[in-house]
Structures are given as C-alpha cells and as structure tokens.
Design a protein. Structure first.
Lengths: 499, 172, 324
C-alpha cells in the first residue's frame, strides 16, 4: 500500500496547475521535434535547459521528461508518414507503418501507435512506481559478458526482420556491424576507416545513416515511380482505428509492453532492442507472417508499445541507481545536476516529491500526448495529400536542417546524401536496410562489451557460457536462429501461404 | 515495378542478376574495408586490438557476398532495373548544395562563402524540386521561398538552433 | 543576376557598417563551441556561465556542441576560426593540457596557438573503488596494486576522457602502467560496472561519483586536491592519505583563436569574471562540486600558465601510456 501513498504524493505534485502546464508544454514541444526528422530530444533539451533555470527542479524535470517521451510519439509519426526513422527505436515502425500509409491507412496506423503507446506508458508508469527499486537489481546483474550475449540475441532477431532472402538479411546485418566499427577506437584512440575525415572520427552518426538509407533513398525510389507515390494521396481511409483493428492490436500491445518494459530497465540502452524483439515475436506468432512488411497492424501496435514502455522504464536506472542508460538520460542527469539534484541511489528518499512527482507526471504526460496526437492524426493524413513534387523538397529541407543540427556539421548533410545513394543502390540490389540499421546500432555496443568482457576474463571466451544469464541469452539466440533457418519449417509455411 | 515482387519473395528462393550484383557489391565493400583496416593491429584475445572486428566483419561480409553471388548462378530471380539519374542528380545534388553553402566550404582553390539558411534553403528546394516530372517552375519558386521562411521561423526562432541564417547579410 | 548584385551591394554596405561598429564589440551573437555532447559536465558549466555572460555582453552567447575525438574536433574548429571574437570555446583539462600528448596528429597548439580567456571552474578528482574491494584505505590499495598489478581492472570513460587522463597519471605515479584498463563509452556505463563490481576502480570527477559514494554503493579512497571537498568531507586528500604526488583537478576554461582583438578579450574576461561573481551563477557552480577559480586563474595569463603546468605534469605519463 506504500505504492498508493507514494503515487498519491506524486499526483499531488504533478497535478498542480503549473506542473500540468509545464508537462503540456514539454509534450507539445516533444511531439513537434519528434515529428521533425533529425532534430532530436537531445538538441532540444539542451537548448531549453537555460530556460528552465527559473523553474523549480520538479517542474523543470517534468517539462524535460515530457519532451523526451513526446519525441518518442512524434518520431513514429514521421516513420509512418514519410518512412524516416528519427531514432533507432522507430526503425521497425517504418516497416509496416509506412506500408499502411501507402495503402491509405495512415490514420489507422497513427491512431494505433498513439493508443498502443498510451497503454504501454500507463503500464510502465505503474511498473516504475511499484517495482522500480527491486528491478534495479536486474540492471546490476548485467556485466559486459551478459550485454554481449544480449546483443548477439538481438542480432538474431534481425534475421527474422527480413522480408525476403535470409542470406541477404545476413549480408545487411554484417554490413551494419562493419559500418559500426568506423570511427576512433575507444581503447587506443586509433582512427578506423575514417579516411582522415574529422567528421567521421566519432563514427557514422545514426541519424545520418538512417535518414540516408530510409528517407533519402525513399525519395529517390518514389521519384522513379510516379504511379507508386500517387497511391498515398489517392486513398484516404478512416482516420482512427476501427473495432477490428483494435481487436487485432490488443495482444501485440500487451506483449510489446512487457518486452519493451523489461528491456528498458537494462542500462546500456537495452530499450533499443524492445521494438525489434516485439516485431520478431509478432511475426513469429502470426498465423500469416507474410503480411508483415506489407502493412500488418500488429507490426505497428507491438513495436510502438514496446518503444514507449522502454522509453519510460529507462527512467528506472536513472532514478534509482543514478546511472543514465542512454544519451537522453545522460542529459537528464545534466538537467538534474544543474538544478542542484545529483542523481544517485538516494534521490528517492531525499527528494520524494521530485521522484514521485516525475513518475506521476509520466502518466499525465501520456494522457496529454494522446489528447494532443489523436486530433493531429487528421492533419497529418491531410499532409499526405500535398503533391509529391512539393512534398519531397520539403522532406529534404527538414532532413538537411535536422541533420545539420545534430553536430552542427555541414559534412554530415553530404554524408546523408551519400548514404541516400547507397540506400537507393541497396533497394536496386534487393537488400533491406532495416537489419543493417539494427546491426549498426548493436555493433558499437557489441564490440565494446566483447572487449570489456575479454579484458576482465583475461582473454577467456568461457566467460560467455559460464555465467548463467549470458549462457541463457545465447541459448535463446541459437533457438531464434534455428527457427529462422530451418528450411523445413520455412517450406511448410510457404505451403500454408499459398493455399 | 519489380520492387514489389522483391518484397513479396519469401524464403530461400534466390534471384539472378540482381543477386549477382548484390554479391559482388558486398565483396567489393568488404575488400575495401579490409584494405583500409590493414594497418590496424588485430591484438590478442586478451586485449583485442582496433583491427580485429573490422577485419573479421569484412571477411564475413565477403564470404556472404560470395555465397550470394554463387547462389545467383543457380536460382532464377530478379533482374537489375534502371536507375533514376534525374532523382539522384537533383535531389541529392540539392542536399549537397545545402551542405556546401550553409556555412561555407574551402577545398584547395575552391571557396564557397557561408550563405546561411536564407540562401541555402531556397537553393535546396528549388534545385531538388527540378527532379519531379510534373514540376511547375513558378509554383516551385514560390514554394521554395515560403517553405524556407517557415523553416527559418521554426528552426532558428522557435527552436533557436544554432544554424547560420545569413552571415554575409545579417552577421548571424 | 539582379539578385546577386543586390546581394553584393548589401554585403558591401554591411562590411562598411561592420567596420564602423568594430569599437563596440559585440555587435552580434557569439558562438561558444562546446566540444562534447550536450549534458556532460563541460556542457553544463558552459551553459551556466554563458547564460550570465550573455547578460553582461548584451549579446546572446550561442552554445554549439561539436563533439568528436575527445573534444579535439570542436576545439580545433574554434581556434582555427576567424579571430574576430565571435567564436570561442569551452575546453577542459583533456582538450587543453592532455591532448598534445594523447593525440599525435593534433591540429592545434594549446600552449602557443590560441588566446586564453580564463578558467571557469575546477572539479576535484576522486579515486573510487567497488565497495567490496579488500583494501580499506588508499595506502592499502596502493600496496595491493603495486604487489599484484595484474589482478586489478581499471574502468575509464574512453581514451582522452578525464577519467582516462587522470587514471593514467595515477598509474604513472604508482609505476604500474600495465593495469588492465577497461574502456567504456562515457562515465555512466563505467560507473554502472563499478557499482555492480565487474571492475575494481576508477578515477573521476566528484560530480559524477559523489552521490554513489554517499549512498555507499562505491567507496572513495581519496580526493586529488589540496583540500577536502565540502560535498564529501569524510574523504581524505591524497596528501593526507599518503600519496601526495597525485594532485590533479579537472577544470573547464574558455579560449579562442590567437589574434583576437584586445577589446574582445577584455570584454570576455570581464564578462566571465562578472558571471563568476554573480551569486546565482556561483551557487549553481558550487552545487556541481566546482571549485571557483582564483583571481589569477580568471586572467588570460593565469589560465595559460595553468594549461602549461598541467601539460608538463601529464605529458610524461600520457606519452608512456600503452596506446598500442
């Protein structure tokens, strides 16, 4: 019953008029920057930091947190409408979400994403409130060896992501891993595959790669086939999901929330795996997996819920351990320190109003996001009616400004164009970019953790199997791979499809 | 278009010229990565060096590419389809123009002044807009000016991103 | 054609008025490059100080985060910019004192090739360890490390980071440069593995580790400053704990390209000084565990001397560090 007392304290803080207003402003700004490709929560939160100087710490953090999860919501809008994933977590949403948009079901996709995210956000809030402290121990069980195995498992998911040939999916994963090694070596400071270009010294930026191979390449593909892009503006379906859509989405939302919530707790950005894992699971559980990649609503509902659940449970390591699991959370640490609250294991006891107020505000924020986003769906869908001859230059300028603002580096824009060409080439060669992006995201962490684990174990690979959690994750990885590869299973399925 | 058929293809039925090109593409990329990471030490198991993983990934990429190329000889599949050179030239060229002019550029004897968003924005929109088959020049020019103004208001003023506006005219 | 002529005329007119206004620097916003991602210790200090400096100067100081290569990419961009006083940078111990010995191909010279403005603040460095490490104090820890260097795992936040720089100095002083160094991407993940006991010890800024020490999830052996910190009054200084040679502070300071107009330098120094004397700004900095700079360190010459002093201190250990 302690939880209820805590939550009522939290809601007492979050439901003051001022904090509701701040939460609303945060969510609104977050949605806006989430929709704009490239301009992420990191840039926005850091720009808004000085503005929050005048506020009390709780209000400031409520607003900044609103920007963070508002951006998650907004990011899926761009992924669905124009096939541009703003962050690693919305890569999966492009697969089926954009297909739905092309079929005139953009409204349904956006609505499902918003409702699924709202549900996941509510559940995640309760999880944080009730189980935050004990769940922290989970994070501490994960050392470098466990993370490495988790990443390997994640890569095996990517194989299942592929719509076509498995061999080609493998090619893309390895290519993603290869790209992830570009940049200065963390341990020795040696430049790897950077060709002496300073802009590459920190590696290829995720948004540069994602916007190139998804956004720019999609523009090129559409320019080549005028009839294909007209489909988008030709049909405008219903604006919100109907009962059938909701019925189809319930189970994926529940599963996505669970998976995303658990992975979000892990420090080291386990949350990025959530949507991928959820997509894999839905595709494996579906009666007809061939629908995936062609506008299956489960492929939006599950991953979107996982994404939002993970985005919220990612606050657990920050609030209870004082350790930020990803770059945005690191910025939240900065925001807290600037307001004189240094995150650590004692925040919960020392600043209960802040701790529980923030948690309660997450629920308030999710409700607001639903209120902000559902009416916007109609507007977004109308945007699709803009003639493509004007739409793509607009997409390009948003992307270019967004990319530039990530590092204030004009060269990044040029690289994005280069990756656009590369992505177009991949389309021409029948490769799919989604597994490559997952390989890219996981590659950096994987190498880092592999090297850490081997230094700590003094070069012994046994460490990966003698630690129980690590061994368990590797077993799951092998199982997932086996399911994907066993040709007999694949064949049987194909027969089912053709009937 | 052929693209839709690729997406629908399932399982291990592999295709031809497209796969052959894909396999060779992988091999070329892998070879490039391998050559450029040649000087990086691979290290030991106990202390992996910076070169270990790039080289390992490159070798695997090449092997997968070879498998793909071989498979393409045995199975029927998609053919390579044509390119949209116009899209590449105008759309990507527009982005490059933006990159070159936004804060200026200097490469040997070539010097581009920093024009800022006030010029780079309309330039990008107008140039890339030429890629569309159904372009209307007048509409495009009006759109370029209007859209750039909206972007300036949104990014420079509403979000206050540190992006140059017009250093040559306004000093910011 | 018409447009370009108009542009030329406008540019010429502006150049003229620009020259006329040169006496009253600053006439337009100033860019302060922070060579790290937003939200890190340097970024926070830059934003706090810049916020007040903008008020004094009457022009906005715009923070531009240009991350890369341990901060050297951003500093290189700042100190090679036009020396007009409108591009400055907030660097730290790593980018100004340690970088020449860390990065062989460094594209700037912090000692002779830039105009220092002043120090914004210092941050004490702590030696911390996992809470169940046997050694109970610094002396026992030093003895154990010296006896069995191969048994220990040191965590750091990547080559060129403050924790790497300061820990390499520690290992140099202890004469054990070969301790297994486990590299992490940033302080957060490194601290996580220290709390969970995967690694044995690390050195880092007080702001990053103080709360963990207070909550007893890790233990602190010593603080590498001349005085104890009010934030952690129980932690002895290295002098008290028996390792007086290990004295290092991570500081952040402002510099610009060499050849800036004297007027600009003077105004920036004055604005920085006013910011550091402002009660609100002071409180924010002190809350972060920052040590406010002395009057001497707030001057260009004093800051330059500090850079030189720490460079001399760090160079032998950093050059000898195994970078493969």
């Amino acid at each position: 019953m302690e939880t209820i007392a805590h939550l009522s304290l939290g809601f007492g803080v979050a439901l003051t008029l001022k904090n509701i207003a701040l939460c609303f402003v945060g969510c609104l700004v977050g949605t806006l920057i989430g929709v704009l490709p490239g301009v992420g929560p990191i840039a926005t939160i850091s720009i808004l930091l000085p503005i929050t100087f005048g506020l009390d710490p709780t209000g400031a953090l409520i607003m900044l947190a609103g920007i963070y999860y508002g951006a998650q919501y907004g990011g899926s809008t761009t992924a669905i409408l124009v096939n541009i994933p703003g962050e690693a977590t919305s890569v999966v949403t492009t697969l089926d979400g954009h297909q739905m948009a092309k079929q005139g079901r953009a409204g349904v996709a956006l609505g499902t994403a918003a409702i699924g995210s709202f549900f996941a956000g509510c559940v995640a809030t309760v999880i944080i409130a009730a189980l935050g402290a004990p769940l922290t121990k989970l994070a501490l069980l994960f050392g470098p060896a466990e993370y490495f195995s988790l990443m390997v498992m994640g890569l095996c998911f990517a194989v299942v992501l592929a719509r076509g040939s498995i061999l080609k999916a493998f090619c893309m994963i390895m290519l993603g891993l290869l790209f992830s090694t570009v940049g200065t070596d963390l341990e020795t400071g040696q430049e790897r595959l950077t060709f002496g270009i300073p802009a590459l010294s920190d590696g290829i930026d995720f948004s540069v790669l994602a916007m190139g191979v998804f956004g720019f390449a999609e523009v090129l593909r559409n320019l080549e086939a005028p009839e294909a892009r007209d489909v988008v503006k030709g049909k405008i379906g219903r604006l919100l999901p109907g009962w059938d859509d909701i019925k189809q989405s319930i189970a994926p939302v529940l599963r996505g929330t669970a998976i995303g919530g658990i992975l979000g707790i892990l420090p080291g950005n386990g949350a990025v795996l959530g949507p991928f894992a959820s997509y894999t699971m839905e595709k494996k559980l579906a009666k007809d997996p061939s629908r995936f990649g062609k506008g299956a609503i489960e492929g939006v509902a599950g991953p979107e819920s996982a994404n939002n659940a993970g985005a919220q449970t990612a606050f657990i390591p920050l609030l209870t351990l004082g350790i930020p699991p990803n770059a945005v959370m690191a910025l939240m640490v900065g925001a807290m320190t600037i307001h004189g609250i240094i995150p650590g294991p004692q925040v919960m006891t020392r600043n209960p109003e802040l701790f529980w107020g923030m948690i309660a505000s997450m629920w308030v924020g999710n409700l607001m996001l639903l209120v902000i986003n559902l009416p916007l769906v109609g507007m977004w869908v109308k945007l699709l009616q803009v003639p493509y001859r004007l739409m793509f230059p607009a997409i390009l300028i948003f992307c270019c400004i967004g990319i530039y603002s990530v590092n204030n580096q004009p060269l990044d824009v040029a690289f994005t164009a280069l990756f656009g060409l590369f992505g177009y080439l991949l389309i021409k060669l029948g490769f799919e970019p989604a597994p490559m992006l997952l390989g890219f995201v996981l590659g950096k962490l994987m190498e880092e953790k592999l090297r850490q684990a081997l230094i700590i174990s003094r070069g012994s690979f046994v460490t990966f199997v003698e630690r129980p959690i690590s061994a368990g994750l590797l077993v799951v990885a092998v199982l997932v791979l086996a399911i994907a590869l066993l040709p007999s299973i694949a064949k049987k399925r194909e027969e089912v499809f053709t009937e | 278009m052929s693209l839709n058929r690729i997406e629908r293809a399932q399982g291990l039925r592999v295709r031809s010229t497209q796969d052959l090109a894909g396999g060779l593409f992988m091999i070329v990329l892998a070879a490039g990565a391998f050559i450029f990471s040649w000087d990086l030490p691979a290290g030991t198991l106990r202390q992996l060096g910076p070169g270990m993983l790039p080289k390992a990934f490159a070798v695997i990429c090449a092997a997968l590419g070879a498998m793909l190329a071989l498979a393409s000889l045995r199975y029927h599949g998609e053919k390579l389809s044509g390119w949209s050179w116009k899209g590449i030239f105008f759309a990507l060229g527009g982005a490059l123009l933006f990159a070159l002019t936004i804060r200026g550029f200097e490469f040997g004897p070539i010097r581009v002044p920093a024009l800022g968003l006030l010029v780079s924005g309309p330039l990008l929109i107008a140039f890339s807009g030429l890629a569309a088959d159904d372009r209307k020049i007048k509409e495009l020019l009006i759109f370029a000016v209007g859209m750039s103004a909206a972007c300036i208001l949104l990014f420079k003023y509403a979000l206050s991103l540190p992006i140059p506006l017009a250093p040559w005219l306004l000093g910011i | 054609m018409k447009k370009s002529i108009l542009g030329l005329v406008a540019a010429a007119a502006l150049a003229f008025t620009g020259a006329a206004q040169a006496q009253s620097y600053p006439t337009k916003p100033i860019t302060m490059i922070v060579p790290f991602a937003a939200g890190g210790p340097t970024d926070i200090i830059a934003r706090i100080v810049a916020d007040h400096m903008s008020k004094t100067l009457g022009q906005q100081i715009v923070i531009e985060n240009v991350a890369g290569a341990g901060g050297t990419t951003g500093i290189a961009r700042a100190v090679t910019a036009a020396p007009d006083g409108y591009t400055i940078a907030m660097g730290h111990l790593g980018t100004f004192s340690a970088a020449p010995a860390t990065y062989p191909g460094l594209k700037y010279d912090p000692i002779n090739g830039m105009q220092t403005i002043g120090l914004a603040g210092g941050t004490p460095i702590l030696i911390v360890a996992r809470k169940n490490l046997e050694a109970s104090d610094l002396k026992a820890f030093v003895a154990a490390v010296k006896a069995n260097p191969d048994k220990f795992n040191e965590a750091h936040a990547g080559l060129g980071s403050v924790s790497w720089t300061t820990c390499t100095l520690l290992k140099g002083i202890l004469g054990t440069p070969k301790i297994n160094a486990v590299a992490y991407r940033g302080t957060g993940p490194a601290l996580n593995d220290l709390v969970s006991g995967q690694v044995d010890f690390m050195c880092d800024q007080i702001v990053s580790v103080a709360e963990q020490v207070r909550a007893n999830t890790i233990k602190a052996y010593a603080i590498a400053s001349a005085q104890r910190s009010p934030a952690l009054p129980d932690v002895p200084t290295t002098k008290e704990a028996g390792l007086p040679d290990y004295q290092i502070e991570a500081w952040n300071g402002i510099a610009g390209p060499k050849g800036m107009p004297k007027e600009a330098v003077d105004k920036l120094v004055d604005a920085l000084n006013k910011a550091l004397n402002d009660e609100g700004t002071k409180k924010r900095l002190l809350d972060l565990g920052t040590v406010l700079p002395t009057a001497e360190e707030r001057t260009p010459a004093g800051f330059a001397a500090l850079i030189k002093r720490d460079a001399d201190k760090l160079t032998p250990a950093l050059s000898a560090a195994p970078k493969q």
